[in-house]
Design a protein. Sequence first.
Length: 131
Amino acid sequence: AIAGDVGFVPGFQLLAQLYVEVGAYDAARQVLQEGLKFNADAVELREALGLVMMDLGRPDKARQELEAATQMTRARPQVYFSLAGAQLQLGERNAAVTSLKAFLIQSQGMLAVDDPLRKQAANMILKLRNN
């Protein structure tokens, strides 16, 4: 019952982060999936699971989780940047450009214009279009 409390989401996040820091990606995956059983609308857990799936070499699963995260309210703009990374690993260049554009649009007013991540996204778009 306590795991169903939305306030418990940070506990799942912290435990997963600790596992990631020691390279135990599969354990992190398990913790995040367990957390999502109790908190299916926790975008933070969905995003983290997508990133862990990339660490596990599963860009297909990462894309699935990150796409789901983009559809949730409270999704951070950075989810689109991470989604682009998964799409690039899958060879989906056009989809990655679309996700990077979405990141730039969503991050307006949230991140500074000269934020390094915004600059990187813009540079990636140019490189992907020119190659």
